[in-house]
Design a protein around this ligand. Structure first.
Ligand code: CA
Length: 231
């Protein structure tokens, strides 16, 4: 757990880039900083990072394009990406998730918040970890290690895909996930399934959640989000 993780920071604002390098290193990570999209692609080719913090607004090759190229290579498609976006509109966030971003932080942000997101993204991407994580929202509980789902205290049988979809939605309650984002997060990057397939899985999950099925909301033309009825 104490092995230092290699984090690539792509940010053309030099002061912000240095601030991130400093704070990541102080937090025990091993940060590498580059200032352009091309330098990011070169850095990833030279050494695959454990995570990328990627500014969206970069000169020439922007962050969205960088993410698309990284996610389209089988070699690097599993590297989590946290976008730094200057705009907070849903459209930008969704564009980021469609490009394969795992998370996004809107500028201006607190370094503390970003560091917490980094830790969460690294934890999510740690495969084979025996650490059991319980996700709990309202009446739904998921044990992501044992792949057990409980609703109102009763065990519910979900298929592997249904489980992963629900876990992905529960990892970001209240946040809209596009169908493509769900496919990439829950089923796997580079796997071809139609968006209609996601709708079918979501319908099946809703049915299994019974009276709590409405916690999964359809966002017209965009995708889905899970809402906590108690918040
Ligand atoms: Ca920028």
């Amino acid at each position: 757990m104490h092995e230092s993780r290699h984090i690539l920071v792509v940010e053309d604002e030099l002061d912000l880039a240095e601030l991130l390098r400093y704070n990541l290193n102080v937090s025990g990570h091993n940060a590498e900083v580059v200032h352009s999209g091309q330098a990011a692609l070169d850095a990833v080719a030279a050494r695959k990072p454990d995570l990328i913090i990627l500014d969206v607004m970069l000169p020439e090759i922007d962050g969205i394009e960088v993410a698309k190229r990284i996610k389209s290579s089988t070699e690097t498609s599993d590297v989590p990406i946290i976008f730094l976006t200057a705009k907070s509109s849903d459209e930008d966030q969704i564009r980021g998730l469609d490009a394969g971003g795992d998370d996004y932080v809107t500028k201006p942000f607190s370094v503390k918040v970003l560091l917490a997101r980094v830790v969460a993204a690294l934890r999510r991407s740690a495969k084979g970890s025996s650490e059991s994580e319980i996700l709990e929202i309202g009446p739904i509980q998921l044990d992501t290690d044992r792949h057990e789902a409980m609703v109102d205290g009763s065990s519910v049988r979900l298929t592997l895909t249904e489980f992963r979809l629900l876990a992905t939605l529960m990892a970001g309650p209240g946040r809209v996930l596009s169908r493509r984002g769900l496919i990439s997060n829950a089923i796997g990057p580079g796997i071809t399934v139609t968006e209609r397939t996601i709708d079918v899985h979501i319908a099946a999950i809703r049915k299994k959640l019974g009276e709590h099925g409405s916690m999964i909301q359809t966002v017209r033309g965009v995708g889905y989000r899970l809402v906590d009825p108690e918040s």
